[in-house]
Write a protein that binds this ligand. Structure first.
Ligand SMILES: Nc1ncnc2c1ncn2[C@@H]1O[C@H](COP(=O)(O)OP(=O)(O)O)[C@@H](O)[C@H]1O
Ligand SMILES: [Mg+2]
Length: 271
């Protein structure tokens, strides 16, 4: 059974813009799916359909077999945790700890257990020392981690991230990469929208390309990112490591800078 399924979904905004057009997509349990595309391609609109924040104008979205039209956002969010692009749109509590506690209490988790889960989430995301801080005093990277911790604390079956690396420095990106990799290896389902192809490439996820509200490609990253013309039409360019791999006629593309460097050094020696 798919975890999330879109069947010929169309979404028309109140102003008439068609943000999703004939979208059909299945996300299976344990899959890591990257959704990429230029500005205004419909990526955020797609994600908001996954936890019921938006409903299709026509077509169907089903989450764990239930049509989202017939479910409350609260019930859907329990299973599909969405982390917004802009942390300031998500955070509203007085302290980091309360932010994490909020969802847990909301989902009816008993106070003692909520306390324990919140503590663990803050610890895991390196926020234990900041538990008492007002979230607005946190840095951008810390806020993002808090948003992820708050969602992960209630252990949704699916984690959905909208542009998680925007404005993140290198340590925050690395930590985030570790989180996604950890979820992937523990067979959790993750959907990530990102412009940041360099971040996505080493994860080699299933990659869905969107353009003008439509899905224009869907397949393994290695195959999708080979389609230069399609990428260009969608306002994207292939990741740099892939460009480099092609430049040197490598059939097996590099997935890490160190790997590319080692290979190029070796090649230099051989010549
Ligand atoms: N609340 C809204 N009202 C009207 N149009 C919107 C709204 N939100 C998004 N859109 C439009 O819908 C399209 C898809 O937007 P969005 O899903 O945010 O794209 P992306 O996340 O890929 O940048 C764009 O044309 C955008 O301008
Ligand atoms: Mg967006």
């Amino acid at each position: 059974m798919s975890v999330i399924e879109f069947e010929d979904v169309r979404h028309r905004m109140p102003n008439g813009v068609v943000a999703l057009d004939s979208v059909s997509l299945k996300v299976g349990r344990g899959e890591v799916v990257a959704v990429v595309g230029g500005n205004g391609a419909g990526k955020t609109t797609l994600l908001k359909h996954m936890n019921g924040l938006l409903k299709p104008s026509s077509g169907r979205v089903t989450v764990f077999g239930k049509e989202t039209k017939e479910e409350s956002i609260a019930r859907l969010s329990r299973r599909v945790g969405l982390v917004f692009q802009n942390s300031d749109h998500q955070i509203f509590s007085e302290s980091a700890k309360e932010e994490v506690m909020f969802g847990l209490k909301n989902f009816g988790i008993p106070p003692g257990e909520a306390e324990e889960k919140a503590g663990r989430a803050l610890e895991y995301y390196g926020l234990a020392d900041l538990a008492a801080r007002p979230p607005l005093t946190l840095s951008g990277g810390e806020k993002k981690r808090l948003c992820i911790a708050a969602v992960m604390a209630w252990e949704p079956d699916v984690l959905v991230l909208d542009e998680p690396t925007v404005g993140q420095d290198y340590p925050s990106r690395s930590r985030l990469f570790g989180v996604v990799q950890g979820l992937a290896s523990s067979n959790r389902t993750v959907v990530i929208v990102s412009h940041d192809l360099e971040f996505l490439w080493p994860l080699s996820p299933r990659t869905v390309v969107m353009s003008k509200g439509r899905v224009v490609a869907d397949g393994p990253a290695r195959e999708v990112f080979m389609r230069t013309e399609m990428l260009r039409d969608a306002g994207l360019r292939e990741p740099q490591l892939l460009q480099l791999s092609r430049r040197f006629g490598r059939e097996e593309p590099f997935t890490a800078v160190d790997q590319a460097a080692a290979w190029l050094t070796e090649r230099g020696r051989a010549n």
